[in-house]
Design a protein around this ligand. Sequence first.
Ligand SMILES: Cc1cc2nc3c(=O)[nH]c(=O)nc-3n(C[C@H](O)[C@H](O)[C@H](O)COP(=O)(O)OP(=O)(O)OC[C@H]3O[C@@H](n4cnc5c(N)ncnc54)[C@H](O)[C@@H]3O)c2cc1C
Length: 349
Amino acid sequence: MSPAIDPAGAVAECRAASHVDGCRIAVLGAGVIGLATALALRQRGHTVGVFESQAAGHGSSWAGAGILYPLLPWDYDATVNHWCARGMALQPTWLAGLRQAVGIDPEYRVTGMRVVDGWTTAAAAWLRRHGHAHRRDGADLVLPEVAQVRNPRLIDALLGACRTAGVALHQNLGPVHPLVAVQRARGVRWAAGEWHADAVVLCAGAWSGVLEGLAALPVYPVRGQMLALRAPELPAEIVYEDGRYLVPRRDGVVLLGATLEHAGFDAATTRRAAASLLAWAQRQHPALTAERVIRHWSGLRPGSRRNHPLVGAHPEIEGLWLNTGHFRYGLTMAPACAEALATQITAMG
Ligand SMILES: Cc1cc2nc3c(=O)[nH]c(=O)nc-3n(C[C@H](O)[C@H](O)[C@H](O)COP(=O)(O)OP(=O)(O)OC[C@H]3O[C@@H](n4cnc5c(N)ncnc54)[C@H](O)[C@@H]3O)c2cc1C
């Protein structure tokens, strides 16, 4: 999103009012995007508070599959592929840094991905042009460099790294909204209080379009249902076909996903979705029966126009910044978008 106003005024004021260690910045939302942004801002010397309506890290970021790849990149435009490629390049160092900071292993592993019936000359040409390793296996396309991460562990590592770095985390507040006066963000407010800040970063995932006091942003919920099964004998690679996938974890759990549903903010799970996912999984591996299911859940992806994340200054409100709308790729893009936005905010200050 390109800014319609120059936010430099707001940040210049922040510099004038400056704390010894940079600006005072409120991050609204504690998913992977909010936590990664908070950490990147703190690492650049700002005073950072994160404000979360529920328990931190229990939104889409917890629910996702953790595939660090844009699934079929040849189907996407340059913007989606830019953020994914930058995120993929940063992930190994970023995740190693988190692990080192707090001793929690996010289980980053390069397991590769098999795209069932995915070999096409167009896909192969795209992969060659962009330097992605690939090979043909019958009708399948194999991408040996695709990596994965284990979402709950990534969130725990990020939460630990934020705390260690001195980010103040405020959870279970109920809905938090930007505090806006005269077209300028002044902090955040919730039912029981407010926190004044020089800048506010909006990282509310699928809820980013419905915050009070702001004209609706083009971000909307897209429900995804997932199942976890215990099936230790499966191969180690990710298997993908037509939007559905199997993601084998290290300990014999395999994730099966995901639906793409426009159900508003209803995060219910349905038997129909489970049956449809299981029917597909059994065609891949007959051992994946309903008896092996250990959990069924859903998450709300932050959908956006053309799947483009909104990363940058709000077009109308000074001091308000956006990092949202990452749709199916938020885990993949997180370090790239956090780095870019934190650098932009810091450069303004
Ligand atoms: C089933 C599924 C599978 C996925 N698989 C992958 C994958 O394999 N790879 C990949 O890269 N991505 C994947 N994704 C997408 C990825 O999970 C999202 O893009 C990413 O988690 C978005 O992160 P976020 O921090 O913006 O959102 P969230 O994690 O949803 O965090 C937003 C936070 O904001 C909080 N919030 C909302 N409103 C308010 C408010 N008013 N006040 C305070 N707090 C508020 C919420 O409670 C939440 O904690 C998947 C998603 C789903 C659902």
